[in-house]
Structure formats: structure tokens, C-alpha cells
Design a protein around this ligand. Structure first.
Ligand SMILES: Nc1ncnc2c1ncn2[C@@H]1O[C@H](COP(=O)(O)OP(=O)(O)OP(=O)(O)O)[C@@H](O)[C@H]1O
Ligand code: SF4
Length: 272
């Protein structure tokens, strides 16, 4: 019975689902979700992003499609396509609000109900990857998301941190959450890790460096890499541009491409 329901679900055509988590706000979770989607698209993959950050949805803005709205079809909501070839599709509460700047002030049960609806009712079609951008911390919403996705091809979670001790401490709590939820940790990303000067290419470690890697070693999980602070990256996100396509010489590019490659390698090993 459960098998039949799974085969008929809107997620039946999604090959891999991965969550992006962070213990703290503003460390670059949506940035990593966005750039991972663009990198995977660059490798010929079809990608969806489900933005379950209900109180601070930033995915529509990062792709500059915040004025779009979602439509209904027979099987549910049609996601917003970023480009004509439909290689990246998005779903976010941002598309359902009358005004994108409206604040969502909801109690837990209402948020959890919408998350379940997002998981059940978005007509993704065939996707190689569905990236789920979550709110900061570990809340009821995270538990609802993991539980709702568990019957499907849930690959695991990427944990994003910055090098500072406090954010790394928060990731430690995320690791405990993953353990308790029996969710595989695909790896840790250390974001905003140093600043490479565009004039002399000297790297300055503004917030210190190495905390994420040390934590990964200590926890026995993969370290996916250090992404430096990169003005071209923040500008691309601000303007909804494809950083991966347009700035291959930029300082953050190699790290972002390497993260995507490790995810691709992991999934190809799994299916071989
Ligand atoms: N490596 C980077 N280089 C330059 N700017 C960055 C980098 N990573 C993130 N940013 C910028 O930092 C800001 C916060 O990033 P982002 O919105 O991805 O964080 P978040 O963890 O998703 O935040 P929230 O808690 O709101 O969900 C954004 O304006 C983004 O452009
Ligand atoms: S890193 Fe080098 S080029 Fe950049 S501001 Fe400092 S001294 Fe100047």
C-alpha cells in the first residue's frame, strides 16, 4: 500500500533529495543551496530547490524570480522554472505571499502543515536532485521536513558553518540532530572562509579558518570544502546571475565546483 502511494507521489520522479542545514542564520545556507543547484545544472543535471525557510525565504530573490507566482495543475502546484529549458525549478512560500516582503507569523502547526503540503503537492516531474533549503537551527520544522521526506530518496544533509567558534558550536548541535533523526551527514561546508584579495590574490582569514574541517574530522564526517568570501558571489546573488557560468575565475568557484563534484561522485558510487 505504502509502495503504491510512493510510486504515485509527486516525488516519485526525484532521484536524490538532500537537505542543507545550518545551526545559525546568515552563514550562507541559501547561497550554498543556490550555487550547488547551478553547479549541478552545469553538469547536465535537472535540479529543484524546495525552500522551507518559511520566515525568511531567500531562494526566489537569489534567482531573481521573486515576482513569479505558482500555478495549480491536476497533480498540485507547478514550481517556478528559472530558465526556458526548465533545468532548475523552485518552490518557496515567497511565491505564495501577496507581497514578497510580507512577514510570515505562524505558529508551529501551521508551518508544519505547509511543509507537508510542499512535500506532497509540488509537481516536480523528473529531477536528478531536489535540494531542500531549511531554516536555521533545529526546530519542529526540521523534524517535519525529515519525517515527510523519509519515505523518498533522501540522500542526507549538508551542514553549513562559518569558521567562528559559535557557528561551529551550532553545527555540533546539527550533527546531534542528524544522529537522532538517523539522517546521513553528506559533509560540512565552511563558508566565508577567508577573503582572497582581487588585486593581489592574498588570502586574509577574517574570521579565522579551519573550524569546519576540524569539526568534520572530530565527528568522522566528510569535509566538503572552504568557500571564501567572494564579492563576485554576493553580487551575483544580489543580481540573480549564474555565478558558476559567469565567474569561473572567481575565488569561490573552485570550492563550489568541488562541493558539487563530491555530491555527484557520491551519488554515482551509490548507483554503480
Ligand atoms: N562566500 C560568500 N561570499 C560572499 N557573500 C556571501 C558568501 N556566502 C554568503 N554570502 C552572502 O551572505 C548573505 C547571507 O547568506 P545566505 O542568505 O545564503 O545565508 P543563510 O544562512 O541562508 O541565511 P538565513 O538564516 O537568512 O536563511 C547573503 O547576502 C549572501 O550573498
Ligand atoms: S590584500 Fe594586497 S592588494 Fe589587497 S588590499 Fe591588501 S595589500 Fe592591497
Amino acid at each position: 500500500m505504502e509502495e503504491v502511494a510512493r510510486e504515485r507521489s509527486n516525488l516519485a520522479g526525484v532521484r536524490h533529495i538532500l537537505l542543507v542545514l545550518s545551526g545559525k542564520g546568515g552563514v550562507g545556507k541559501s547561497t550554498i543551496s543556490t550555487e550547488l543547484a547551478l553547479s549541478l545544472r552545469h553538469s547536465g543535471k535537472k535540479v529543484g530547490i524546495l525552500d522551507v525557510d518559511l520566515c525568511g525565504p531567500s531562494i526566489p530573490r537569489m534567482f531573481r524570480v521573486q515576482d513569479n507566482s505558482v500555478h495549480q495543475c491536476d497533480s498540485g502546484w507547478v514550481p517556478v522554472f528559472v530558465d526556458q529549458d526548465k533545468s532548475i525549478s523552485l518552490m518557496s512560500i515567497g511565491f505564495l505571499l501577496e507581497n514578497p516582503d510580507d512577514a510570515v507569523v505562524w505558529r508551529g502547526p501551521k508551518k508544519n502543515a505547509l511543509i507537508k503540503q510542499f512535500v506532497a503537492d509540488v509537481a516536480w516531474g523528473d529531477l536528478d536532485f531536489l535540494i531542500v533549503d531549511t531554516p536555521p537551527g533545529t526546530s519542529d520544522e526540521h523534524i517535519s521536513t525529515v519525517e515527510a521526506l523519509r519515505p523518498y530518496q533522501l540522500l542526507g544533509a549538508i551542514l553549513v558553518t562559518t569558521p567562528q567558534a559559535v557557528s561551529v558550536g551550532d553545527v555540533r548541535r546539527e550533527l546531534t540532530f542528524c544522529k537522532k533523526m538517523n539522517l546521513r551527514v553528506l559533509g560540512i561546508v565552511e563558508n566565508m572562509s577567508g577573503f582572497v584579495c582581487p588585486h593581489c590574490s592574498e588570502c586574509t582569514n577574517i574570521f579565522s579558518k579551519g573550524g569546519g574541517e576540524e569539526l568534520a574530522k572530530h565527528a568522522g564526517v566528510p569535509f566538503l570544502g572552504c568557500v571564501p568570501l567572494d564579492p563576485q558571489l554576493s553580487q551575483s546573488l544580489e543580481e540573480g546571475r549564474d555565478f558558476i557560468q559567469e565567474f569561473p575565475k572567481s575565488s569561490a568557484f573552485p570550492a563550489l565546483a568541488h562541493i558539487a563534484q563530491q555530491i555527484l561522485d557520491g551519488t554515482s558510487q551509490q548507483s554503480s
